[in-house]
Design a protein. Structure first.
Length: 202
């Protein structure tokens, strides 16, 4: 009896190491790095130069361009694991620098600042709890993104209201127009989405 000849199957894929430069030296990561470098400039404008108008414009630019690095990653096909971690880290750094800075400057209502900082602390604790349990990280929801987007407009508007800009008096109305729904969306995402997700995964 003639034995059957084994037919070779498809070769197993050989893992290919992604070069370090391919992970780091990308246009999206460069843009995120520029946003990070601009944060100390914001602090310098606010406290050293005492230029609230320029600081407000820079803070508004940093907040409103949060989407650019993600768009570049998709457009150029340069999505990386480093970029996926780097972008939210810079966003959190910006937030935790901007809000206390505006509190010290006295240009943001205390109730708004406390609501934002407590919410961020709650979400951060939820993320730490997931990490400690080995569960997948929290996925940012549409409501969470919307809340952050609105608040990153509200904060520079509050600052601009206290500046020497000619149109400063009108900015307080826009600031509250963005702040109220921004806080509502942020807290909704924390209480009804992130915390329940953390409880289920643990």
């Amino acid at each position: 009896m003639t034995g059957s000849v084994p037919v070779p199957g498809p070769a197993s894929p050989v893992p290919v190491a992604v070069p370090w430069r391919a992970q780091v030296a990308t246009w999206p990561n460069l843009f995120t790095l520029l946003r990070l470098v601009a944060i100390p400039v914001f602090v310098w404008l606010l406290f050293d130069r005492h230029n609230r108008a320029a600081a407000a414009w820079l803070l508004g630019a940093l907040g409103s361009t949060d989407w650019v690095d993600g768009w570049l990653a998709r457009k150029l096909g340069q999505s990386t694991e480093l970029g996926a971690m780097f972008d939210p880290v810079v966003d959190r750094v910006l937030f935790f620098v901007a809000v206390p800075s505006l509190m010290i400057d006295g240009s943001v209502p205390l109730a708004v600042a406390v609501a934002l900082l407590v919410r961020e602390a709650v979400v951060a604790l939820a993320a730490v709890a997931l990490k400690a349990s080995g569960a997948p990280r929290l996925v940012v929801t549409w409501e969470g993104k919307t809340g952050t987007f609105l608040l990153m407009f509200a904060l520079p508007l509050f600052l601009g209201y206290h500046s020497t800009l000619s149109y400063a008096p009108a900015l307080i109305y826009l600031a509250w127009l963005f702040a109220v729904p921004g806080i509502a969306y942020s807290w909704y995402s924390a209480v009804f989405q992130y915390l329940p997700t953390t409880a289920r995964r643990r």
